[in-house]
Design a protein. Structure first.
Length: 260
């Protein structure tokens, strides 16, 4: 296992951006995809294939589908870490390829593993909370997606679906704030702890609530389109959102080239 450098990192200051700045992140992402298309396409194809296979196997079980989608949404920032490194290399003017997108996983950075475990616990927590809520407030059992649609979404009484939606939105907001720039920070600052990175991510959201909300909406929109197109849309969506997330990090957190 390779030892990580322990040089001190600079003081991390967060920056304020305009409401529509996320559009620029997407535009910069497309430029990265044009300059290094192969890594993103291969990772997008991998995630699309795995997602479609899991969905097909669990198509008749609502809780397996819910768990699978939750895991995909939460683990995506970790799985595309290699594409963040591709964007970093491109901004340095370096040549890069698919092997470079795998390099970060050969460094033995345990912080990524620890953060991934935290995300896994969060995903499991949302699933357990959803199951407990539906079991407590619904006299019928939910097994299939059709059951969830019939007994939860389309029920005539107001209450259960709204509470479930509010709870899911709250957990999603907490996870978004915790992951917005965390993985790029860990990649860019080898001496940074997971909690320092998460704290910085929260400060970014606190300083840019409108821009971050707009970015969250774009993430949800593109991800929904990618999954809703029988997962084929993930081929361009995965690399686009990964590269855009790197440029979001560059815009939202101060960067001192002399330290790197």
């Amino acid at each position: 296992m390779t030892d990580l450098p322990t040089a001190a990192h600079p003081t991390l200051e967060v920056k304020e951006v305009d409401l529509l700045r996320p559009i620029q992140w997407v535009a910069l992402a497309w430029q990265d995809m044009e300059r290094a298309p192969r890594p993103g396409f291969m990772l997008g194809a991998l995630m699309a294939g795995v997602g479609a296979a899991l969905f097909w196997m669990a198509r008749n079980d609502f809780w397996w589908i819910a768990g699978m989608l939750s895991a995909c949404m939460i683990f995506a920032p970790v799985l595309v870490t290699g594409l963040y490194d591709i964007s970093r290399r491109l901004e340095r003017g370096e040549r890069t390829g698919f092997r470079d997108s795998l390099r970060i996983w050969r460094t033995g950075d345990k912080r990524l593993i620890h953060f991934g475990l935290l995300l896994a616990l969060s995903s499991a927590g949302w699933l357990l909370c959803s199951a407990a809520l539906i079991h407590a407030l619904l006299p019928k059992s939910v097994y299939s997606p059709a059951d969830f649609l019939k007994y939860v979404v389309l029920q005539p009484e107001i209450g259960l679906f709204e509470i479930w939606l509010l709870m899911s939105a709250l957990i999603a907001a907490l996870m978004f704030a915790s992951t917005l720039v965390t993985i790029p920070l860990l990649l860019d600052h080898p001496s940074l702890t997971v909690w320092q990175a998460v704290n910085t991510s929260w400060r970014v959201v606190a300083l840019n609530p409108l821009a971050c909300t707009f970015w969250a909406c774009l993430l949800f929109l593109f991800t929904s389109l990618g999954i809703g197109s029988a997962f084929l849309g993930l081929l361009p969506v995965v690399p686009m959102l990964a590269h855009a997330s790197w440029h979001a990090y560059r815009d939202l957190v101060t960067y001192d080239p002399a330290v790197h």
